[in-house]
Ligand binder design. Sequence first.
Ligand SMILES: N[C@@H](CCC(=O)N[C@@H](CS)C(=O)NCC(=O)O)C(=O)O
Length: 286
Amino acid sequence: MLPEVPLLLSTVTEQICPGPLRSMAEGATPVVPSHELLEWAKQDKRRFLHAVYRVGDLDRTINNFVLMIRTFKTDYGVDKYDIGTGFGHFTIATQDVYKLVEDIKAKGGTITREPGPVKGGSSVIAFAKDPDGYLFELIQRGPTPEPLCQVMLRVGDLDRAIKFYEKALGMRLLKKTDRPEQKYTIAMMGYADEYETTVLELTYNYGVTEYTKGNAYAQVAISTDDVYKSAEVVNLAIQELGGKITRQPGPIPGINTKITSFLDPDGWKTVLVDNADFLKELKANE
Ligand SMILES: N[C@@H](CCC(=O)N[C@@H](CS)C(=O)NCC(=O)O)C(=O)O
């Protein structure tokens, strides 16, 4: 059993998973037929482990956090990052958005959208901006084991993105919401009910097919029991839908945690991390 630790937000100023950039898993001839590989990805022990984003001043970020987020990783000497137009926000669930907004204001934080029902829907939301310019959506919900409940990324082709995450990562389309008045559609992708786990919130704005990535937001990390097999599955999805393997499966030198990483067809990065190695890292850091 994996421990029920909430998804972590990691702030970094360097690529934690450097590796040679190759166009795809070179020479990866699947030894298992592709339909079995795709099925295996759905059965694999997958969960969101953390999201990584870069900040200009780690102490400032930690001091500014009044939210339930654990941050780690250290600094690099860069004090400003470009968030780009594609990254949307991290969503934090709280039982009382109004109170959280008051707390953030009292501590000098910036609220960019006052609490109230989302336009075109009923969930009560607000938005806060952190010192690096990252937006945090605050959403009112009952108690949850995963307070960091959504990572919102904008995509240029929603059907392609849904197919990609289903195939490459064995995720399920948990919910699709179209808001024609607001001219956007969102797809919630994940491994379990969106009220129980962190999900990817993929947003398509009508007619917008390109966004800038900037260099601030980095990636989400997802667990797997087998990074090698995972890379073969990802490769199948890449061949059909686009994307790129950015790190071949294998241990990170010095740490020995096995990972593989890739970009989706929109250029968003995911790192798959070996379950047992990740638990070893957690224990070592206790
Ligand atoms: N054009 C928006 C589409 C996504 C969107 O509007 N999301 C909702 C939350 S699901 C929102 O931010 N609503 C703002 C509001 O209700 O004030 C974007 O790209 O951020």
